[in-house]
Design a protein around this ligand. Structure first.
Ligand code: C2O
Ligand code: CU
Length: 487
C-alpha cells in the first residue's frame, strides 16, 4: 500500500514538473503571479491621436465555411478585429480575458515600449482568467503587423488578428486594400493545439503516432524544396481569412483596379506559398519595411512574416492560393471582378509551379536600410533540436535554462543565427527589427537547415525582449531566448 501511494506521489510530482517545464517556456522559471507592477499609464503627447480598442479573448464556436469548430478567439471571429492606426499614434487596447486560463497579447513586429510587449514572466504577469489588462503604446513605424497571445500554443487557436499602422506619407497609389491572413487550423477538429503539443513532446523515436509530420509528399511543388523538412503538424484545414477553400472568402473589385494586399502568415507550423492565378504580384514591403519592388508569380511566407504586394486586377474570378510547404491541401480565397463560376477548391494553379520568391532575396529601399556600422558586440544564437525526442533549444538549452543574451543600449548588435537542425526556423525578434547582410529590414526571417545568417540590430529600445522561433510548437518546446539590456 505504502509503495503504491509513494509511487503515486512520485508520478504526481513528475506530472507537475512536466507541466511546470512547459509553463516555464512562456512564463520563465520561478515566476510568481505578482512579479510585475501595473505599467505606468502612457500619456499622449500634445497632438498625439489615441486609438482605442477592446479585445475579448473567449471560447466561441466559429464557422470556417461549413465546418464549425469550438475554439478560442478574440470575439466571435478569426481573424480577430482589425486594429488600425497611423504611425505615431498611441494605441490603448483593453484586453479582457474570458478564457478558462491565463493569456497575454503580443503586438508582433511593433517596436513598442517594453512593458506593453505581452510576454508573461518577462514584461508582465499573465492576465488571469476573468481579469483584464490595458496595453498602451505608441506605434512608431508604419506597416503590416498582427497580434496574438504569448502564452503556450494559444496562437494555434483562433487567437490572432491583423494590426495595420498606416504611413502618413504613403503615396497610396492603389484603389483597394485587402488584408489576407493565412492560417493552419486544427483546433476543435478532434484535437486542440495543447493535445498536439502533448503528442509531440510525448513522442518517442519509434512512435510517430498520427502526426505524420515527416511526410514530404508535397515537395514536388515549385521545383527544388528550399526549406528542408516540412512542419511537425499535419493540419486538417488551411484557411485564408478564416475560411476553408470549399466556402472561401470572396474579395470583390473591378477589372483594372490596383489592389494592395497585406499578407500575414498567422500559421503556427506552416510555411505557405502564395500566388494569385493569372496575375503577377509586385512585392513592396516585408515586415513593415519598404523593399525595391519585385514582380513575382509566387512567394513564400514563413510563420510570423508579413508581405505587402500590389496587383492590377484582371476580369473574372481568380483563386488566391496559399499552399502549405511540404504538406497536403491548400488555402484559397476568391478574387471576383466579373462573372464566372468559382474554381475547384483543389485547383492547381500554374504560378505555384514556377519560381517562388524567398523573402530574404528582396533588396531594401535606400530609406529603409539600417545605417552601416560595425557591430559593437556579436551574440551567438545557436538553434538545435529535433523531432524525437521533441526538444528544441537555443544556445544548448531550452528557454528558462539558457542564459539571456545581454546587450548595451546604443550598441550595434550582431546576432549570429546558426541553425544546426534539419528544419527551417522563422526566427523572430521582439521590439526591434534587424538588417540582413543585404540591408533588408525584417523582424522575422527564415533560417534554412544547417545554415547561418548574421543579422544586425540597433539597440535603441531598452528592456527585456524575446528572440524565438515562430513555429509555436518549437517555441513552446524551448526554442526561445531572452535578450536583455544591461542596466
Ligand atoms: Cu509573434 Cu514572440 O511572437
Ligand atoms: Cu523552429
Amino acid at each position: 500500500m505504502q509503495e503504491i501511494s509513494r509511487r503515486g506521489l512520485f508520478l504526481g510530482g513528475l506530472a507537475v514538473a512536466g507541466t511546470g517545464a512547459l509553463a516555464a517556456c512562456s512564463n520563465g522559471p520561478g515566476t510568481a503571479q505578482t512579479n510585475f507592477a501595473t505599467p505606468s499609464r502612457l500619456r499622449p503627447l500634445a497632438g498625439q491621436r489615441v486609438v482605442q480598442h477592446q479585445l475579448t479573448a473567449k471560447a466561441t464556436s466559429l464557422d470556417l465555411g461549413g465546418t464549425t469548430v469550438d475554439t478560442w478567439a478574440f470575439g466571435d471571429t478569426a481573424p480577430g478585429p482589425l486594429i488600425r492606426a497611423t504611425a505615431g499614434d498611441m494605441l490603448r487596447i483593453q484586453v479582457d480575458n474570458q478564457l478558462p486560463t491565463d493569456t497575454t497579447v503580443h503586438w508582433h513586429g511593433i517596436a513598442l515600449r517594453n512593458v506593453a510587449d505581452g510576454v508573461p514572466g518577462l514584461t508582465q504577469d499573465p492576465i488571469a482568467a476573468g481579469s483584464s489588462y490595458l496595453y498602451e503604446f505608441t506605434a512608431p513605424d508604419p506597416g503590416t503587423y498582427f497580434y496574438h497571445p504569448h502564452v503556450g500554443v494559444q496562437l494555434d487557436r483562433g487567437l490572432y488578428g491583423p494590426l495595420i499602422i498606416d504611413d502618413p506619407h504613403e503615396p497610396g497609389d492603389y484603389d483597394l486594400e485587402w488584408v489576407v491572413v493565412l492560417d493552419d487550423w486544427v483546433d476543435g477538429t478532434s484535437r486542440t493545439p495543447d493535445d498536439v503539443l502533448a503528442d509531440l513532446t510525448g513522442m518517442s523515436g519509434d512512435d510517430t503516432g498520427s502526426m505524420g509530420g515527416m511526410d514530404m509528399g508535397g515537395m514536388s511543388m515549385g521545383g527544388d524544396p528550399p526549406f528542408g523538412d516540412a512542419g511537425d503538424v499535419t493540419y486538417p484545414h488551411y484557411l485564408i481569412n478564416g475560411r476553408v477553400p470549399t466556402s472561401p472568402d470572396v474579395l470583390r473589385g473591378k477589372p483594372g483596379q490596383r489592389v494592395r494586399l497585406r499578407i500575414i502568415n498567422a500559421g503556427s507550423d506552416t510555411i505557405f506559398t502564395l500566388a494569385l492565378s493569372g496575375h503577377r504580384l509586385t512585392v513592396t514591403h516585408t515586415d513593415g519595411f519598404a523593399v525595391q519592388p519585385r514582380d513575382v508569380g509566387a512567394l513564400y511566407l514563413g510563420m510570423g512574416e508579413r508581405y505587402d504586394a500590389t496587383v492590377t486586377l484582371g476580369d473574372g474570378v481568380f483563386p488566391l492560393i496559399a499552399a502549405p510547404y511540404g504538406k497536403e491541401g491548400q488555402a484559397m480565397a476568391l478574387i471576383r471582378t466579373g462573372s464566372g463560376a468559382a474554381p475547384d477548391p483543389a485547383i492547381q494553379i500554374a504560378e505555384l509551379t514556377g519560381p517562388i520568391l524567398q523573402g530574404a532575396d528582396l533588396q531594401p529601399t535606400q530609406a529603409s536600410r539600417l545605417s552601416t556600422r560595425e557591430p559593437d558586440s556579436t551574440q551567438m544564437v545557436h538553434l538545435s533540436g529535433q523531432m524525437a525526442p521533441y526538444r528544441w533549444a537555443i544556445n544548448g538549452a531550452p528557454y528558462g535554462e539558457n542564459d539571456p543574451l545581454l546587450i548595451n543600449e546604443g550598441d550595434r548588435v550582431r546576432l549570429e543565427l546558426m541553425n544546426m537542425t534539419q528544419m527551417t526556423h522563422p526566427m523572430h525578434i521582439h521590439g526591434h527589427t534587424f538588417a540582413l547582410p543585404s540591408g533588408l529590414r525584417k523582424d522575422t526571417v527564415l533560417i534554412k537547415p544547417m545554415s547561418s545568417l548574421a543579422v544586425d540590430l540597433q539597440a535603441d529600445n531598452p528592456g527585456n525582449w524575446m528572440t524565438h522561433c515562430h513555429n509555436i510548437y518549437h517555441a513552446e518546446a524551448g526554442m526561445m531566448i531572452a535578450l536583455k539590456y544591461r542596466t
